[in-house]
Design a protein around this ligand. Structure first.
Ligand code: FES
Length: 350
């Protein structure tokens, strides 16, 4: 325990000394009542201290391995690899591995630092007097001395194993952030540009799961469709339906204003992506008289009788249209995939 009296610069030297003596006599901080210091096992047994040192070094070393594992995950796991991991179920192998290794790398650095502080750094209780805000040269000198003493007590200079592994762990962990920059590009263009729709894929009613026939779609109705063969319990169902979901309506052919829309329709039946081009909400509000559809998220409104162009709201692009026809069984089918990416716009989209 230490206590230091800070001289008052505004008093003459003799007065200050007398003032200091009086303060020491009535100093409430001279004995703040701390319990007697109890040394830890590491303070008295060098072998225990060395064990702690090795434990800290092990945590820093494992942190380095976890960071290397994080980087390796990018190389090893394809983006779309799904694995079953109890108790999480089906998860992306890449995301799971990235989260696990980065979490471990950061946790082990923290755990190593805490274990180091609790077992090897000095834990001697220190009491000091409250002093004037402006530091005197003596105080500054004391701070520097305390800093040097603290550095010495932390054993950073002596315990080279801890120092080196800690620097290694701290140097490696930012590499995880550098690897994340990979996600900025190049774009997984095919994934954004293609959906399950292809020439000859039948349109399936999402409510009945039956193939749609032209007579099922009447003027004024709104039908939701998905590609045949997409099972609701498929592990990638959400990913696929998020790109392939369709809205089907029927408009009197003469009321279709857009030439391309008319050509891509079948007897006035038009199929548009159900995914809003603003930030990807599913659109579901249809106004029969005007053929407008409204996205409930931010009120973007699209005119399905005019190429699904945006007539209100923040969406930047028309809804992509799917070219459809009828197959030999009389069911509605796609005549290809969408010709532009569905959902929120990105910069390569015209
Ligand atoms: S997501 Fe549709 S308007 Fe914002």
């Amino acid at each position: 325990m230490s206590s230091q009296q800070i001289p008052d610069e505004n008093l003459p030297v003799e007065q200050d000394a007398a003032h200091g003596a009086a303060e020491v006599a009535h100093d409430p901080f001279a004995d703040p009542g701390l319990p007697a210091h109890r040394p830890r096992i590491q303070d008295i047994d060098e072998r225990a201290a060395n064990r702690s040192e090795r434990a800290v070094a092990l945590m820093f070393t494992l942190s380095m391995l976890a960071t290397i594992g994080f980087i390796a995950s990018y190389v090893i796991f394809p983006v779309d690899k799904i694995v079953f991991i109890w108790p999480f179920g089906h998860v992306s192998a890449l995301n799971f591995s990235l989260g696990l290794t980065l979490g471990l790398a950061l946790f082990l650095i923290g755990a190593g630092a805490v274990h180091w502080a609790r077992t090897l750094m000095s834990d001697v209780e220190v009491a000091d007097d409250r002093h004037a805000i402006e530091a005197t040269p003596e105080v500054k000198a004391k701070v520097m001395a305390d800093f040097a003493a603290g550095a010495d007590e932390s054993a950073l200079g002596r315990r080279k194993l801890i120092r080196n592994t800690m620097f290694g762990a701290l140097a490696l962990v930012p590499l995880s952030g550098v690897m994340l920059l990979r996600d900025l590009g190049p774009l997984p263009e095919k994934k954004l540009r293609s959906t399950l729709w292809a020439k000859g894929k039948q349109l399936v009613n999402m409510n009945t799961m039956e193939p749609l026939r032209p007579e099922d779609v009447v003027v004024g109705s709104l039908t939701f469709a998905m590609p045949e063969g997409l099972e609701e319990d498929a592990h990638d169902f959400q990913t696929q339906i998020a790109k392939a979901a369709l809205m089907i309506i029927r408009i009197e052919p003469d009321n279709i204003k857009d030439k391309r829309e008319r050509e891509w329709a079948h007897e006035g039946i038009v199929a548009f992506s159900k995914i809003c081009t603003h930030v990807g909400c599913p659109i579901s509000l249809y106004e029969q008289q005007t053929h407008h559809v409204l996205c409930p998220c931010h009120q973007s409104t699209f005119d399905l009788s005019d190429g699904a162009r945006v007539i209100f709201g923040p969406a930047g692009h028309a809804l992509p249209q799917l070219r459809i026809g009828v197959n030999s069984e009389g069911n509605l089918e796609a005549l290809g995939d969408f010709e532009e990416p569905v959902g929120p716009a990105f910069w390569e989209r015209g």
